[in-house]
Design a protein. Structure first.
Length: 267
């Protein structure tokens, strides 16, 4: 499964794959101190590394290990939902032109909610690529599904809350709350579900506000690191826990494609 996931990511990100990865293990160890040497080597070699977060009963509170920024705050939010499943991933890609800070290109890519519509993911159950988000757009509020323009102007360190409607292949129609935070070198998007998520349309997989998903885009000169983690306290899934976890992992891959494609178009 790991090999297949990496191959799929490679296909999705082919436009970013030209040339050697610009950051080596030594620099990545500084940026991601929680990663093992094996994970850092895999990240340099393949441009992506993924792992489950510790969520077994009786284990210490799950902690993120791969986040290049905001890791402590993300860990606290994950622990708050007492998750039963969780996965995190980091992707590294070269930037052209180089950047020393978050700029309008990065911000615009992370704010392009409507551009998620139509992106694809690999369906393990069907062994093929499928459209993940059939609809995706910002809405007027948590109880008002009128479509509004994509958000702008969340930089400068201020928080910006955005509500989003999405209809996806695995979990149907849902309303999400996104909170944007930024520094000079990183943007953090915190996501939570405001509606119950039904797996394949009928299994209540995650109750409202029991999913916490986080994206961090971190700029380091000639590279950008895209980090994603998804954790949830799930209901009774009748033995489908790993399949749902894989669906969450596929969502992270799709979000990475959404972000990196946006950066590529705007560069």
């Amino acid at each position: 499964m790991a090999y297949r996931m990496q191959a799929i990511v490679g296909l999705l990100f082919v436009s970013f794959a030209a040339g050697a990865q610009p950051l080596g293990v030594a620099r990545l160890r500084e940026l991601i101190p929680g990663a093992s040497d094996a994970e850092l080597t895999e990240l340099v070699r393949d441009g992506v590394v993924r792992t489950r977060i510790g969520t077994d009963q009786g284990s210490p509170a799950p902690a993120t290990r791969l986040a290049p920024a905001f890791g402590d705050a993300i860990t606290r939010r994950i622990a708050a939902v007492e998750p039963s499943i969780g996965v995190e991933m980091v992707v590294i890609r070269p930037l052209d032109p180089h950047r020393s800070r978050i700029d309008d290109t990065i911000e615009s890519s992370l704010a392009s909610i409507s551009a998620m519509q139509g992106i694809e993911y690999y369906s393990a159950s069907r062994d093929r690529m499928r459209v993940l988000f059939h609809e995706s757009y910002a809405i007027a509020g948590p109880d008002d599904r009128r479509r509004v323009p994509d958000p702008v102007g969340f930089g400068g360190g201020d928080e910006r809350v955005v509500h989003v409607f999405q209809r996806d292949s695995s979990f149907g129609s849902n309303v999400l709350e996104l909170t944007y935070r930024s520094t000079e070198t990183a943007v953090w998007i915190e996501m939570k579900n405001l509606t119950t998520m039904y797996y394949q349309g009928f299994v209540p997989a995650v109750r409202a506000e029991q999913l916490t998903m986080h994206i961090v885009a971190y700029v380091d000169g000639d590279s950008v690191l895209f980090y994603g983690v998804s954790a949830a306290r799930t209901g009774f899934l009748m033995g489908m826990e790993r399949r749902v976890e894989e669906s969450f992992a596929n969502r992270l891959i799709a979000l990475a494609e959404w972000f990196l494609s946006g950066v590529s178009r705007r560069s």
